[in-house]
Design a protein around this ligand. Structure first.
Ligand SMILES: Cc1cc2nc3c(=O)[nH]c(=O)nc-3n(C[C@H](O)[C@H](O)[C@H](O)COP(=O)(O)OP(=O)(O)OC[C@H]3O[C@@H](n4cnc5c(N)ncnc54)[C@H](O)[C@@H]3O)c2cc1C
Length: 430
């Protein structure tokens, strides 16, 4: 995996040729690889497929780890680290592949293998930053043992696909812990933080995407940078030109063709409970979807012992916490698949379909895609020319269009609202 000029990781080398059979069956976005339903059916044959949004599962929960220090150290309710530590503590695994801050001189974040609870806690928190599995998978191949992997949906799927080709990985990677995912950002998002927080990007040594503060709503994300002299700068995302997650700044283009919000192929998946009263609780609250019987047992025992504060919920509850993600990956994906494009034709579980989507909603999807695409180009240009203002000015102007369309807010909202009223008076949309 190599960095490109946009701060994205790309597979390179002869093995990644489009016609290499190994690669076409390994890449999670390849039209020729198994899809999430097929992988989940093989792994969880006894878990009912009750809901097309969450995939196969046996239970859903909302809550957090009450056993200290997991919730305090986690981005959300600390459940990912709790389950990983529990698997290790009970001897089910020897190590966990997950994402840690990088060493000095390395990228800000990278996959590492943790072998103790202390190590696991050092890697807690969400990193919206490109990472890759290549080195840790080599370490797994080289070192016998049983391992769990933590990853966003496409990474968990990629590990399943790699296991199908590599018996050593199949034997050693025994547990999969999934993270819900809205999309992945490029590394340039950090550069943009630095520009907006008045710091020189070259002096940034550590990044926190979601500084935790129990006294502030969980969904008020705060970006926090540590500089080379130990000084820190921080600001809330909603003060940033590109801080609205839904607008898609710096989104990886592959995410436009993803149909898995909740890591449907993972033994258990974790997200944030983005509904009230949980979104306002700064301590962080998870939603958890369980697919594997062993994880169900660990959770049941954790609840019975008072180490977990979890309550059962239904699939609708979980899906409601990710309403925007499901819109983008169902209706939005169906619409994007109707767009003519060159190159590989994605094969998704969602069919291409634009019927029933109003003009305004279509424009939201178009604007979001344009913001994602152009944010990479504009930020790169700004960086090369040393003129961050050119990116930030563009980002703010693009946001005026996005917020007018999406939230009926800002300078352009009256115009869009007027057009909408005219369209409604004029009968059905054309
Ligand atoms: C790119 C990305 C997008 C996300 N989008 C959504 C979303 O739309 N909706 C939602 O509800 N939740 C989303 N999440 C998940 C959410 O941010 C939390 O990670 C999740 O709720 C678990 O919280 P926790 O407190 O239980 O985890 P913690 O106890 O803090 O543990 C988090 C674990 O995840 C690992 N990790 C962090 N970043 C990565 C990464 N990039 N790749 C692999 N492992 C990683 C850490 O090393 C750690 O082991 C996203 C996460 C990522 C990384």
């Amino acid at each position: 995996m190599k960095w490109d000029g946009y701060g994205q990781l790309k597979p390179t080398g002869p093995a990644t040729h489009r016609r290499s059979e190994g690669f076409t069956k390994l890449c999670p976005f390849s039209p020729e690889s198994a899809n999430e339903d097929q992988i989940a059916a093989a792994r969880f044959p006894d878990a009912p497929h009750r809901d097309a949004r969450l995939g196969r599962h046996i239970s859903c929960h909302v809550g957090a780890a009450s056993e200290p220090p997991f919730r305090k150290r986690g981005s959300s309710g600390g459940m990912v680290t709790w389950v990983a530590a529990e698997l290790m503590g009970r001897g089910h695994i020897d190590g966990v592949l997950h994402v840690h801050p990088g060493e000095p001189g390395q990228p800000f974040f990278g996959y590492r293998i943790s072998r103790s609870q202390e190590d696991l806690l050092a890697g807690a928190r969400s990193r919206y930053h490109p990472v890759h599995l290549a080195e840790v998978l080599d370490q797994v191949r080289a070192t016998p043992g049983r391992y769990a992997v933590v990853g966003i949906p496409c990474f968990i799927k990629a590990v399943h696909l790699a296991r199908a080709q590599d018996p050593v990985l199949a034997e050693r990677i025994t547990h999969m812990l999934g993270l819900f995912c809205g999309h992945m950002k490029s590394a340039r998002f950090v550069e943009s933080f630095a520009w907006q927080l008045g710091a020189d990007p070259d002096r940034v040594r550590a990044v926190e995407y979601r500084l935790k503060d129990a006294n502030r709503p969980a969904n008020w994300y705060t970006a926090h940078l540590t500089l080379d002299d130990g000084a820190t700068v921080q600001n809330e995302w909603f003060h940033l030109a590109d801080g609205d997650w839904g607008a898609g700044y710096f989104q990886n283009s592959a995410c436009d063709f993803c149909d898995d919000v909740v890591a449907e192929t993972a033994d258990v998946s974790f997200g944030d409970a983005w509904v009230e009263p949980y979104s306002s609780d700064g301590r962080g609250t998870n939603v958890v979807v369980v697919r594997a019987p062993l994880i169900q047992r660990l959770i049941d025992e954790g609840v019975a012992q008072g180490r977990l504060d979890l309550h059962p919920v239904d699939a609708d509850f979980v899906a409601d916490t990710q309403a925007a993600g499901f819109r983008q990956r169902r209706e939005g994906l169906a619409y994007r698949l109707t767009w003519t494009r060159r190159g590989i034709r994605p094969v998704k579980r969602v069919a291409a379909d634009a019927t029933g989507i109003g003009w305004r909603r279509k424009l939201v999807y178009r604007t979001r895609a344009a913001i994602s695409r152009n944010s990479h180009r504009m930020a790169r240009l700004a960086s090369l020319t040393g003129r961050p203002g050119s990116y930030l000015g563009w980002a703010r102007r693009a946001y005026v269009v996005y917020e007018g369309l999406t939230y009926h807010r800002g300078r352009l909202a009256p115009l869009f609202d007027r057009v909408e009223r005219m369209m409604q008076r004029g009968g059905p949309e054309r």
